[in-house]
Design a protein around this ligand. Structure first.
Ligand code: ADP
Ligand code: MG
Length: 269
């Protein structure tokens, strides 16, 4: 099984943190939109039964007949499950609440941890010519998240600039280590991104200091500020980059995409 970042095909980035409400889905949607703005073709896989990424990109529940569940557990092809969003070059595999049973349905499957890996390496993948596949993980370290970690080249971790932010990171790192040992030795940590940062709040500054001193270069230079436009955008079924292109949130996600692209270009060089 080859999963090195320089292998052909899209770069697959799982956005994970077992805490809920830290900005995973917001980052998946807006980093995706920013990469598209910068000329890349992106597929977002909604792996959370809550389906917030699907909703945020305007895929109504009645249009979610074929979802990540079918891709993992019903042998659906990529063509069956990929949908275009309203943004050109930004596609999505949606999720519904059905996915909440996937964790149990996966247990009895012999390939339980590798189903997403296999699905994303279907020969049909090449024809889509994606540059990036972003996986929006559920708020748990369950088999769905493990599937994302096995399928991915790297993990991007949103860290909410709040008290206890760093708690739970060690559990996440442990899971990453286990996945490296068992299935995906090349799995990298793409980086940790501070989200919902409030520069007027001492606590945000403290979390940043702690993160940078403990995690060093793993922490992205870009910080995502708390910005009301970011939280309003999903109810208009749009990334904030489209909803309010000059908002602080939109600018920050553009900068994050820039930082990511620069990193990858360096690796590729
Ligand atoms: P997760 O996917 O980790 O559960 P979400 O991305 O859904 O987290 O974010 C949780 C909540 O916080 C959502 O209501 C979202 O709109 C809001 N939110 C996320 N990022 C920001 C931000 N930078 N500024 C303001 N609100 C945000
Ligand atoms: Mg989410």
């Amino acid at each position: 099984m080859s999963n090195s970042p320089d292998s052909k095909g899209p770069r697959i980035v799982a956005i994970a943190n077992q805490k809920g409400g830290v900005g995973k889905t917001t980052t998946a949607i807006n980093l995706g939109a920013a990469l598209v703005e910068q000329g890349r073709k992106v597929l977002l896989i909604d792996l959370d039964p809550q389906g917030n990424a699907s909703t945020g990109l305007g895929i109504e529940p009645e249009k979610r007949e074929n979802t990540a569940y079918e891709l993992l557990l019903d042998d659906a092809s990529l063509g069956d499950v990929i949908q275009a969003s309203s943004i050109k070059n930004f596609d999505i595999v949606p999720a519904t609440v059905d996915l909440s049973s996937a964790d149990i349905d996966l247990i009895s499957n012999e390939k339980r941890s590798h189903l997403l890996y296999d699905a994303l390496r279907q020969p049909a993948m090449d024809a889509y010519e994606y540059d990036y596949v972003l996986i929006d993980c559920p708020p748990s370290l369950n088999l769905l998240t493990v599937n994302a970690m096995v399928a991915a080249h790297s993990i991007l971790v949103p860290l909410q600039s709040e008290f206890f932010a760093l708690e739970g990171l060690s559990q996440l790192m442990l899971t990453i280590r286990e996945v490296r040992q068992s299935a995906n030795p090349n799995l990298r940590i793409e980086g940790i991104v501070l989200t919902m940062y409030d520069s007027r709040n001492n606590l945000s500054q403290q979390v940043e200091e702690d993160a940078r001193s403990n995690l060093g270069d793993l922490v992205f230079k870009t910080i995502i500020p708390r910005n009301v436009r970011v939280s309003e955008a999903p109810s208009f079924s749009m990334p904030v980059l489209e909803f309010d292109p000059t908002s602080k949130g939109a600018m920050a996600y553009r900068a994050l995409a820039g930082e990511l692209l620069k990193k990858h270009e360096k690796v590729a060089a």
